[in-house]
Design a protein around this ligand. Structure first.
Ligand code: ATP
Ligand code: MG
Length: 286
Protein backbone atom coordinates (compact mmCIF):
# COMPACT_ATOMS: atom_id res chain seq x y z
CA UNK A 1 0.00 0.00 0.00
CA UNK A 2 1.19 3.45 -0.75
CA UNK A 3 2.52 5.37 2.22
CA UNK A 4 0.28 7.95 3.83
CA UNK A 5 0.79 10.23 6.83
CA UNK A 6 -1.69 11.02 9.54
CA UNK A 7 -2.06 14.47 11.04
CA UNK A 8 -4.00 15.26 14.21
CA UNK A 9 -5.79 18.62 14.22
CA UNK A 10 -8.21 20.15 16.70
CA UNK A 11 -11.80 19.15 16.00
CA UNK A 12 -13.29 22.51 16.89
CA UNK A 13 -12.01 25.46 18.85
CA UNK A 14 -9.47 28.22 18.63
CA UNK A 15 -6.92 26.21 16.71
CA UNK A 16 -9.05 24.37 14.22
CA UNK A 17 -10.05 27.03 11.68
CA UNK A 18 -6.52 28.34 11.18
CA UNK A 19 -5.07 24.81 11.10
CA UNK A 20 -7.45 23.74 8.37
CA UNK A 21 -7.03 27.03 6.48
CA UNK A 22 -3.24 26.50 6.41
CA UNK A 23 -3.67 22.97 5.06
CA UNK A 24 -6.07 24.22 2.38
CA UNK A 25 -3.63 26.97 1.40
CA UNK A 26 -1.10 24.21 0.85
CA UNK A 27 -3.40 22.96 -1.91
CA UNK A 28 -4.48 19.89 0.08
CA UNK A 29 -8.11 18.95 -0.43
CA UNK A 30 -10.22 17.05 2.05
CA UNK A 31 -13.74 16.81 3.36
CA UNK A 32 -14.51 17.75 6.94
CA UNK A 33 -18.21 17.52 7.47
CA UNK A 34 -19.65 18.05 10.92
CA UNK A 35 -19.02 15.25 13.33
CA UNK A 36 -16.50 13.53 11.09
CA UNK A 37 -13.50 12.32 13.12
CA UNK A 38 -11.36 11.07 10.27
CA UNK A 39 -10.90 12.16 6.69
CA UNK A 40 -8.47 11.40 3.86
CA UNK A 41 -7.22 13.96 1.37
CA UNK A 42 -8.17 13.40 -2.23
CA UNK A 43 -4.97 14.89 -3.67
CA UNK A 44 -2.16 14.42 -1.08
CA UNK A 45 -1.13 11.31 0.89
CA UNK A 46 -2.46 12.57 4.20
CA UNK A 47 -5.22 11.52 6.55
CA UNK A 48 -6.75 13.79 9.19
CA UNK A 49 -7.75 12.91 12.73
CA UNK A 50 -10.01 15.50 14.36
CA UNK A 51 -9.39 15.48 18.11
CA UNK A 52 -9.50 17.55 21.29
CA UNK A 53 -6.30 19.56 21.47
CA UNK A 54 -5.42 17.99 24.86
CA UNK A 55 -5.01 14.61 23.16
CA UNK A 56 -2.85 15.72 20.25
CA UNK A 57 0.64 15.63 21.88
CA UNK A 58 0.00 12.15 23.28
CA UNK A 59 -1.31 10.72 20.01
CA UNK A 60 1.73 12.06 18.15
CA UNK A 61 4.16 10.77 20.80
CA UNK A 62 2.55 7.31 20.63
CA UNK A 63 2.60 7.25 16.84
CA UNK A 64 -1.17 7.07 16.47
CA UNK A 65 -0.68 10.25 14.44
CA UNK A 66 2.57 11.14 12.64
CA UNK A 67 2.01 14.89 12.83
CA UNK A 68 -0.10 17.26 14.88
CA UNK A 69 -0.98 20.92 15.10
CA UNK A 70 -1.25 22.12 18.68
CA UNK A 71 -0.61 25.17 20.89
CA UNK A 72 2.79 25.34 22.62
CA UNK A 73 0.93 25.74 25.91
CA UNK A 74 -0.72 22.34 25.50
CA UNK A 75 2.49 20.80 24.16
CA UNK A 76 4.67 21.92 27.05
CA UNK A 77 2.00 21.12 29.62
CA UNK A 78 1.57 17.55 28.36
CA UNK A 79 5.36 17.12 28.29
CA UNK A 80 5.38 14.39 25.63
CA UNK A 81 8.42 13.39 23.66
CA UNK A 82 7.75 14.79 20.17
CA UNK A 83 9.64 16.93 17.66
CA UNK A 84 8.59 20.52 16.99
CA UNK A 85 8.97 21.03 13.25
CA UNK A 86 7.67 24.55 12.81
CA UNK A 87 6.05 27.50 14.51
CA UNK A 88 2.89 28.36 12.62
CA UNK A 89 2.25 31.96 13.63
CA UNK A 90 -1.42 31.63 14.62
CA UNK A 91 -3.38 31.00 17.86
CA UNK A 92 -1.03 33.35 19.64
CA UNK A 93 -1.76 33.79 23.32
CA UNK A 94 -0.02 33.94 26.70
CA UNK A 95 -0.36 32.24 30.04
CA UNK A 96 -0.54 34.76 32.83
CA UNK A 97 -1.03 35.00 36.54
CA UNK A 98 -3.97 37.16 37.60
CA UNK A 99 -5.37 38.31 40.93
CA UNK A 100 -8.50 40.20 42.06
CA UNK A 101 -8.50 43.79 40.74
CA UNK A 102 -8.59 45.43 44.16
CA UNK A 103 -5.57 43.56 45.58
CA UNK A 104 -2.20 45.22 45.93
CA UNK A 105 0.47 43.41 44.00
CA UNK A 106 3.94 43.75 45.50
CA UNK A 107 5.57 41.31 43.05
CA UNK A 108 5.77 37.55 42.67
CA UNK A 109 6.16 37.04 46.43
CA UNK A 110 2.44 37.80 46.54
CA UNK A 111 1.92 34.16 45.56
CA UNK A 112 4.13 32.73 48.33
CA UNK A 113 1.95 30.23 50.22
CA UNK A 114 -1.19 31.15 48.24
CA UNK A 115 -3.66 28.96 46.33
CA UNK A 116 -3.56 29.31 42.55
CA UNK A 117 -6.13 27.74 40.24
CA UNK A 118 -5.03 26.71 36.75
CA UNK A 119 -5.42 24.20 33.95
CA UNK A 120 -1.63 24.32 33.47
CA UNK A 121 -0.13 22.83 36.65
CA UNK A 122 3.13 21.78 35.01
CA UNK A 123 3.95 25.08 33.30
CA UNK A 124 2.93 27.03 36.40
CA UNK A 125 4.75 24.67 38.79
CA UNK A 126 7.99 24.89 36.77
CA UNK A 127 7.72 28.66 36.62
CA UNK A 128 7.14 29.10 40.36
CA UNK A 129 9.94 26.67 41.22
CA UNK A 130 12.34 28.60 38.98
CA UNK A 131 11.42 31.79 40.85
CA UNK A 132 11.66 30.22 44.30
CA UNK A 133 7.96 30.58 45.07
CA UNK A 134 6.05 27.85 46.91
CA UNK A 135 2.30 27.94 46.25
CA UNK A 136 -0.56 25.46 46.22
CA UNK A 137 -1.63 24.71 42.69
CA UNK A 138 -5.26 23.67 42.21
CA UNK A 139 -5.80 22.02 38.89
CA UNK A 140 -9.20 22.74 37.37
CA UNK A 141 -10.09 22.05 33.77
CA UNK A 142 -12.18 25.08 32.86
CA UNK A 143 -13.74 28.38 33.99
CA UNK A 144 -10.59 29.10 35.94
CA UNK A 145 -11.43 32.82 36.14
CA UNK A 146 -14.23 32.31 38.64
CA UNK A 147 -12.00 30.55 41.19
CA UNK A 148 -11.08 33.70 43.20
CA UNK A 149 -14.66 34.99 43.42
CA UNK A 150 -15.93 31.67 44.80
CA UNK A 151 -13.12 31.44 47.33
CA UNK A 152 -11.31 28.55 45.68
CA UNK A 153 -8.04 30.39 45.12
CA UNK A 154 -6.34 33.74 45.66
CA UNK A 155 -5.00 33.88 42.14
CA UNK A 156 -5.27 32.13 38.81
CA UNK A 157 -3.01 31.22 35.94
CA UNK A 158 -4.75 31.02 32.58
CA UNK A 159 -4.65 31.84 28.88
CA UNK A 160 -5.01 35.51 28.07
CA UNK A 161 -5.28 37.10 24.66
CA UNK A 162 -7.06 40.44 25.00
CA UNK A 163 -7.58 40.38 28.76
CA UNK A 164 -11.33 41.01 28.49
CA UNK A 165 -12.31 37.73 30.17
CA UNK A 166 -10.12 38.62 33.14
CA UNK A 167 -11.67 42.05 33.37
CA UNK A 168 -15.20 40.68 33.22
CA UNK A 169 -14.35 38.49 36.19
CA UNK A 170 -12.85 41.31 38.27
CA UNK A 171 -9.26 40.17 37.80
CA UNK A 172 -6.04 41.88 36.72
CA UNK A 173 -3.08 40.33 34.95
CA UNK A 174 0.08 40.62 37.03
CA UNK A 175 2.69 38.33 35.43
CA UNK A 176 3.08 36.79 31.99
CA UNK A 177 4.65 33.38 32.44
CA UNK A 178 4.54 31.73 29.00
CA UNK A 179 4.04 32.78 25.37
CA UNK A 180 2.37 30.39 22.97
CA UNK A 181 1.50 29.92 19.34
CA UNK A 182 0.42 26.95 17.23
CA UNK A 183 3.21 24.56 16.21
CA UNK A 184 3.52 21.60 13.88
CA UNK A 185 4.79 18.58 15.81
CA UNK A 186 5.97 15.19 14.63
CA UNK A 187 6.55 11.73 15.98
CA UNK A 188 10.24 10.92 16.55
CA UNK A 189 10.44 7.74 14.52
CA UNK A 190 8.97 8.34 11.09
CA UNK A 191 10.18 6.01 8.33
CA UNK A 192 11.87 7.45 5.24
CA UNK A 193 8.72 7.32 3.11
CA UNK A 194 6.76 9.28 5.72
CA UNK A 195 9.61 11.75 6.20
CA UNK A 196 9.61 12.52 2.51
CA UNK A 197 5.86 13.26 2.61
CA UNK A 198 6.43 15.49 5.66
CA UNK A 199 9.16 17.35 3.73
CA UNK A 200 6.72 18.01 0.89
CA UNK A 201 4.17 19.35 3.34
CA UNK A 202 6.77 21.55 5.05
CA UNK A 203 7.90 22.90 1.69
CA UNK A 204 4.33 23.97 0.94
CA UNK A 205 3.78 25.43 4.42
CA UNK A 206 6.98 27.47 4.11
CA UNK A 207 5.89 28.81 0.73
CA UNK A 208 2.50 29.84 2.15
CA UNK A 209 4.13 31.46 5.18
CA UNK A 210 6.71 33.38 3.16
CA UNK A 211 3.95 34.61 0.86
CA UNK A 212 2.01 35.91 3.85
CA UNK A 213 4.86 38.04 5.15
CA UNK A 214 5.72 39.44 1.72
CA UNK A 215 3.98 41.89 -0.59
CA UNK A 216 4.43 42.40 -4.31
CA UNK A 217 4.92 46.10 -4.91
CA UNK A 218 4.62 47.98 -8.23
CA UNK A 219 5.37 51.67 -8.65
CA UNK A 220 5.99 54.31 -11.30
CA UNK A 221 9.38 55.94 -11.09
CA UNK A 222 11.02 58.78 -13.06
CA UNK A 223 14.02 57.24 -14.83
CA UNK A 224 16.52 59.49 -13.08
CA UNK A 225 15.33 58.13 -9.69
CA UNK A 226 15.63 54.43 -10.61
CA UNK A 227 19.12 53.93 -9.15
CA UNK A 228 18.13 55.46 -5.85
CA UNK A 229 14.89 53.45 -5.71
CA UNK A 230 16.66 50.16 -6.47
CA UNK A 231 18.94 50.71 -3.50
CA UNK A 232 15.88 51.09 -1.27
CA UNK A 233 14.19 47.85 -2.31
CA UNK A 234 16.03 44.62 -1.72
CA UNK A 235 13.93 42.40 -4.01
CA UNK A 236 14.03 38.62 -4.28
CA UNK A 237 16.93 38.93 -6.67
CA UNK A 238 16.73 42.33 -8.30
CA UNK A 239 13.68 44.41 -9.13
CA UNK A 240 11.97 44.20 -12.52
CA UNK A 241 12.04 47.47 -14.48
CA UNK A 242 9.69 48.04 -17.43
CA UNK A 243 9.46 51.24 -19.50
CA UNK A 244 6.14 53.10 -19.32
CA UNK A 245 4.44 54.51 -22.43
CA UNK A 246 5.12 57.95 -20.97
CA UNK A 247 8.66 59.02 -21.90
CA UNK A 248 11.12 59.20 -19.00
CA UNK A 249 9.17 56.92 -16.64
CA UNK A 250 9.44 53.26 -15.68
CA UNK A 251 7.45 50.73 -13.72
CA UNK A 252 9.48 49.06 -10.97
CA UNK A 253 8.29 45.76 -9.44
CA UNK A 254 9.65 44.05 -6.36
CA UNK A 255 8.85 42.05 -3.23
CA UNK A 256 8.90 43.68 0.19
CA UNK A 257 8.71 42.18 3.64
CA UNK A 258 5.56 43.18 5.49
CA UNK A 259 7.50 44.01 8.67
CA UNK A 260 9.52 46.80 7.07
CA UNK A 261 6.86 47.67 4.56
CA UNK A 262 5.68 51.12 5.71
CA UNK A 263 9.18 52.31 6.32
CA UNK A 264 10.10 51.41 2.73
CA UNK A 265 6.97 52.96 1.24
CA UNK A 266 7.78 56.31 2.86
CA UNK A 267 11.34 56.19 1.57
CA UNK A 268 10.17 55.27 -1.92
CA UNK A 269 7.72 58.17 -2.05
CA UNK A 270 10.37 60.55 -0.86
CA UNK A 271 12.64 59.28 -3.64
CA UNK A 272 10.03 60.07 -6.33
CA UNK A 273 7.98 56.87 -6.68
CA UNK A 274 4.30 57.37 -7.59
CA UNK A 275 1.24 55.20 -8.09
CA UNK A 276 2.49 52.56 -5.67
CA UNK A 277 0.44 49.33 -5.78
CA UNK A 278 0.76 46.70 -3.08
CA UNK A 279 -0.48 43.22 -3.96
CA UNK A 280 -0.78 40.17 -1.67
CA UNK A 281 1.29 37.12 -2.56
CA UNK A 282 -0.42 33.77 -2.24
CA UNK A 283 2.69 31.59 -2.23
CA UNK A 284 6.38 32.25 -2.54
CA UNK A 285 8.82 29.58 -3.64
CA UNK A 286 12.47 30.53 -3.43
P1 ATP B 1 -10.58 21.29 23.08
O1 ATP B 1 -12.03 21.07 23.11
O2 ATP B 1 -9.97 20.87 21.76
O3 ATP B 1 -9.84 20.71 24.26
P2 ATP B 1 -9.96 23.84 24.34
O4 ATP B 1 -11.21 24.37 24.92
O5 ATP B 1 -8.97 23.17 25.19
O6 ATP B 1 -10.36 22.88 23.11
P3 ATP B 1 -9.53 26.28 22.78
O7 ATP B 1 -10.18 27.31 23.60
O8 ATP B 1 -10.17 25.87 21.50
O9 ATP B 1 -9.15 24.98 23.64
O10 ATP B 1 -8.04 26.76 22.47
C1 ATP B 1 -7.14 25.95 21.78
C2 ATP B 1 -5.77 26.59 21.81
O11 ATP B 1 -5.82 27.83 21.13
C3 ATP B 1 -5.26 26.93 23.20
O12 ATP B 1 -4.64 25.83 23.82
C4 ATP B 1 -4.27 28.02 22.89
O13 ATP B 1 -3.06 27.49 22.37
C5 ATP B 1 -4.96 28.77 21.78
N1 ATP B 1 -5.79 29.87 22.29
C6 ATP B 1 -6.62 29.86 23.34
N2 ATP B 1 -7.23 31.02 23.53
C7 ATP B 1 -6.81 31.81 22.54
C8 ATP B 1 -7.11 33.13 22.16
N3 ATP B 1 -7.97 33.87 22.84
N4 ATP B 1 -6.50 33.61 21.07
C9 ATP B 1 -5.67 32.86 20.37
N5 ATP B 1 -5.33 31.60 20.69
C10 ATP B 1 -5.90 31.07 21.75
MG1 MG C 1 -8.28 21.40 25.30
Amino acid sequence: MEQIIRIAVQKSGRLSDDSLALIKECGIKFYNGTGKLKSTSTNFPIEFLFLRDDDIPGYVADGVADLGIVGENELVEKDKDVLTLKKLGFSKCRLSLAIPKGQDYPGLEFFQGKNIATSYPKILGDYLTSKGIKADIHEISGSVEIAPSIGLAEGICDIVSSGSTLMMNGLKEVEEIFKSEAVLISNHDLNEAKKSIVDKLLFRMNAVQKGKISKYVLMNVPNEAIDKIIKLIPGMRSPTILPLAQEGWSSVHSVLNEDTFWEHIEELRAAGAEGILVVPIEKMIL
